[in-house]
Design a protein around this ligand. Sequence first.
Ligand code: TYD
Ligand code: MG
Length: 464
Amino acid sequence: MAKEKSLFFCRECGNEFPKWMGQCPVCKAWDSFEEAPAISGPARKAVSGSVKTSGMRTNVPVKLSAVKREENERVKTDIGEFDRVLGGGIVKGSLVLVGGDPGIGKSTLLLEACAKLARKKLNLLYISGEESLGQIGMRAERLGCAEDDVLFLSETSLDVIEETITKDKPDIVVIDSIQTVYREDISSSPGSVSQVRETTGSLMRLAKSLSVTIFIVGHVTKEGTVAGPRMLEHMVDTVLYFEGDTSSPYRILRAVKNRFGSTNEVGVFEMQGDGLREVTNPSEHMLEGRPVGEPGSVISASIEGTRPILAEIQALVSKTSFALPRRTCLGIDVNRLNLLLAVIEKRMGVPLTSYDAYVNVAGGMRINEPALDLAVVVALLSGATDKAPGDKTVIFGEVGLTGEVRGVGRSGQRVMEAQNMGYDTVIMPQVNVKDIGEHTIKIIGVRHIRELKQLPIWQKLKHD
Ligand code: TYD
Ligand code: MG
């Protein structure tokens, strides 16, 4: 018979170890070890009761109600839009990945956040492997935060980075970018899958063991020559993506994973000459300088994250001088436009085949939400007839191929946004009318785009 093996358990924390130690390495209690026979295989089941009564089982199920709530220590960056996406501030000891296309503004956002945090007397360390100290200095100057106490380090070796963090013990570290950092013991080049994964793993351990918050910048690359942030998503606590069209000043910060908050929030920013500006009321911003009483302009209500945003849809429809009419879109999908033109023609009997159609979401935002369909339909009709629909009307709803107006999510929020922004009428899917709460705004529910013909706006849109 094989020699019976024994294990040691710590009386204080219940952890199990293969040999005796004077101090428990987990809970640091002294002389707390107890010897117990090792239980292997099926025998374990039979004696589990006795293990439990002696209080030595390492991992026992607990009732959810008895679980101690962990209060995460958070610091606010005072960039409201950023804090919201993070779930109410930066959690101490978390590892946050900020991904996005090159040039979108990741470094700018993090540098601004660092400067704000430095004013709160936190110790900040910004490590850049992409830019020299001179370049970072110039950027800081431009952002008006050159005076703030942020420590900079231009470095790509993980060993040096780890050493600096361990020695200086900053509260928050930014690594810009993970694709430039390398570990010397791995032979592949910086940016390769193994380098990116291993360096992130090391940073994760560092963040947890020293309780420092680490932000990692990751470029999204289309070519795949550099390992992208996607493969890191499962390793980190929080994943934020910074999106936007570089040709437009608007940027959206979106959480796609957050162990300390919801992923429903988005932050809206505007890139200006001296850095990023928060856009706290996107609707107001989107509607700035909107033409009043002009044909082809319709307001719709979209949802970005959990926030409703009113956006102006513009359509220009004119007789074509080409064999094939032109269809161009900015901000929405061109296939969607073609589909809606076909539906209008077939289901409403409005001939549009010999017309060019241009649709634009004013303000440079991209909206991929079918909830805009009905507004696009009305904008096209308005553009085609050169008659303006009412100025004080907000329109939303998905349009199907049979011309039916289908329900959309969060309709109550869309209606409230319209009401709060001073509109007096909402045209929306009939199926959603029952979902909206108390309101003072006039609601018109529609089931089919044909019903538009019975509405007062049709009187305005109709050809004479
Ligand atoms: P950056 O933060 O360097 O992008 P990323 O780190 O994601 O690659 O931002 C780059 C762009 O932002 C750059 O093309 C110039 C523009 N920008 C401004 O418009 N205003 C500013 O104040 C700054 C700092 C940058
Ligand atoms: Mg950068």
